[in-house]
Design a protein around this ligand. Structure first.
Ligand SMILES: Cc1cc2nc3c(=O)[nH]c(=O)nc-3n(C[C@H](O)[C@H](O)[C@H](O)COP(=O)(O)O)c2cc1C
Length: 287
C-alpha cells in the first residue's frame, strides 16, 4: 500500500459534480464536517456545459448531460479553491484534460496550490469525444492512455498528495484497469462514474443513482479481493447510511454521494453523521 493510502480522506464525501464547487453545498451544512469536498471536474479552460434539459429523472435514477460545466483552472485556483480552504474543507480536486500533456499541467498547478487533500482524475466521462476530452476508455489502446495520464499526473504532483483515478463501474474490466493504474502510480480508485446512456432526445448522457449501487458494490468487492492494497472509494447510488455501510462492508475505504444530493441536498451530511457515529468505518485519513 502506498504511503498516501492513509492520507485518502474519508469515510463520506460528495461525488464530483454533485456539490458544484462548494458554495452550493455549503448552504446545507458545514463542509469541514465531511470527510472531504470533491469539486466538479475542472478543465484547463472554462466550459459552459451542454444544452437544456441537462437532468431527466428515470424510474431507476437520473439521466444527465451537464457537459462538464466548470469555471476553468485559472478561476478555480484564484477564487473557488481558496474559498473552499477558508471553509476548512479537505478538498479533493477532480480534473480532466484533452491530452496527456494537459492532464500533467492540471496536476502540476493543482498540486502547487495550498490546501489540496487529493487529486481525482476523471478517466470515465461517459462520452469523452462529445465533451472534448481525451478518450481513456477501453479497448486496450485507450487503457494504455489512461496509465500514461496517471503516470504523468503522479510525476507532477507533490509526493504526499494522494492521486485517485475515477473509473466506470464495469465489474468485468475494473480489476485489469486497476493493475495498470497501480503500476502507473495511483494511490486509490473511485468506482465509479455514471454509466454512458442516451438522453430521451438522443443526446449522449449518463445514468446515475440507485440502479448503479449493486454494480458499483460488485466492483468494490472484486477490487478488494483482487487488489487488497489499493484503497477503493465506492460511488454509485449510495443514498443512505445503510447503503454507505454496505459499500464499506464490501471493502471500500470511503464512499461518495452523488444523485442523492439532487433529491436532498443534506444527504451527504446526514450520511456522514450516520457513518461517523459508527466508528467501525473511521479510516483515520486526512481529517
Ligand atoms: C448532475 C451530475 C453531474 C456530475 N458531474 C460530474 C463531474 O463533473 N465529474 C465527475 O467525475 N463525475 C460527475 N458526475 C458523476 C458522479 O460524480 C458519480 O460518479 C455518479 O453520478 C454515480 O454516483 P451517484 O449514483 O451517487 O450519483 C455527475 C453526476 C451527476 C448526477
Amino acid at each position: 500500500m502506498s504511503a498516501n493510502a492513509a492520507r485518502i480522506p474519508g469515510p463520506v464525501m460528495n461525488a464530483a459534480g454533485c456539490g458544484g464547487t462548494g458554495r452550493e453545498l455549503a448552504a446545507y451544512g458545514d463542509l469541514s464536517a465531511l470527510g472531504a469536498f470533491v469539486t466538479r471536474t475542472i478543465t484547463l479552460t472554462p466550459r459552459t456545459g451542454g444544452s437544456m434539459p441537462r437532468v431527466v429523472e428515470t424510474p431507476s435514477g437520473l439521466l444527465h448531460a451537464v457537459g462538464l460545466q466548470n469555471p476553468g483552472l485559472d478561476r478555480f485556483l484564484a477564487t473557488e479553491l481558496p474559498w473552499l480552504v477558508r471553509q476548512g474543507a479537505r478538498v479533493v480536486v477532480s480534473i480532466a484534460g484533452e491530452s496527456v500533456v494537459e492532464h500533467a499541467e492540471l496536476a502540476r498547478r493543482v498540486g502547487q496550490s495550498p490546501g489540496v487533500a487529493a487529486v481525482e482524475v476523471d478517466l470515465a466521462e461517459p462520452d469523452p469525444p462529445a465533451w472534448g476530452l481525451l478518450e481513456t476508455r477501453e479497448p486496450i489502446a485507450s487503457a494504455l492512455v489512461a496509465t500514461r495520464v496517471i503516470s504523468s499526473c503522479r510525476r507532477e504532483l507533490p509526493r504526499d498528495v494522494p492521486l485517485l483515478a475515477k473509473l466506470r463501474p464495469d465489474p468485468v474490466r475494473v480489476v485489469d484497469q486497476a493493475y495498470g493504474l497501480l503500476e502507473a502510480g495511483v494511490d486509490g480508485l473511485v468506482v465509479g462514474h455514471a454509466l454512458p446512456a442516451l438522453m430521451p432526445d438522443g443526446r449522449s448522457g449518463a445514468l446515475s443513482g440507485p440502479a448503479l449501487f449493486p454494480v458499483a458494490r460488485r466492483c468494490v468487492a472484486e477490487l478488494a479481493a483482487a487488489v487488497p492494497d489499493l484503497p477503493v472509494i465506492g460511488c454509485g447510488g449510495v443514498g443512505s447510511t445503510a447503503d454507505a455501510h454496505a459499500m464499506l462492508d464490501a471493502g471500500a475505504v470511503a464512499v461518495q454521494i452523488g444523485t442523492a444530493l439532487l433529491h436532498d441536498p443534506t444527504a451527504v451530511h446526514r450520511i456522514a453523521a450516520g457513518v461517523g457515529g459508527d466508528r467501525r468505518h473511521d479510516t483515520g485519513g486526512a481529517r
